[in-house]
Design a protein around this ligand. Structure first.
Ligand code: FES
Length: 187
């Protein structure tokens, strides 16, 4: 007499083998796809970048422009030491620390210009003007919805030769969204 349970056991074993086989194939595939797509979902960080020496920014209230150079990462490719933007540093009389403005216009992202000796920053794209403290010259009549964006500044003292003290200026280069009255990072 044949054992009535035998065909069932065979079927169960076959199903278990199929499931195990599928897992063996799909698990590494899933891990591979996840690691391939991960760069797309990474949040952008705002790099902290050394932009100048304090000695390059006298406390005369005049803006000085400096490039922002940092490593840049596109979805799957990294680029070393790329120019990612520019800042204006303004050190007012008697102040130890400068104010940093990103040169990116808050209206639509053009590079705001400054002519040495001038009393305002000017954006060449749609004529917004900003005072040297970053506020809009004509307030709400300017096409830019807000004043120039300030960036966090950090001074780092390095030990120099003898009595010479070297201080570096670092900024956190935050990329702000354009077109809004409020500051929102794009990160
Ligand atoms: S981008 Fe500067 S005013 Fe439009």
């Amino acid at each position: 007499m044949t054992d009535p349970t035998k065909p069932k056991n065979n079927r169960r074993s076959a199903i278990a083998a199929i499931v195990a086989g599928a897992l063996a194939v799909l698990t590494p595939l899933g891990v591979g796809i996840a690691s391939f797509l991960t760069p797309l979902f990474k949040t952008k960080k705002s790099p902290k970048v050394r932009v100048a020496l304090l000695s390059q920014v006298p406390d005369d209230g005049m803006p000085r422009s400096f490039p922002v150079v940092a490593d840049r990462q596109d979805a799957w490719t990294g680029y070393e030491a790329q120019r990612i933007g520019a800042v204006y540093l303004v050190r007012n009389p008697g102040e130890a620390e400068p104010i940093a403005f990103t040169a990116k216009c808050p209206h639509a992202g053009c590079l705001v210009g400054y002519t040495p000796g001038d009393t305002v920053f000017k954006c060449p794209c749609h004529t917004s003007s900003f005072n040297l403290d970053g506020t809009r010259v004509r307030g709400d009549e300017e096409v830019s919805p807000r004043g120039m964006d300030t960036l966090p500044v950090e001074l780092k003292k390095l030990s120099g030769d003898g009595d010479i003290e070297i201080t570096e200026i670092h900024v956190e280069y935050i990329d702000y969204q354009t077109g809004h009255a409020e500051k929102h990072s794009t990160a």
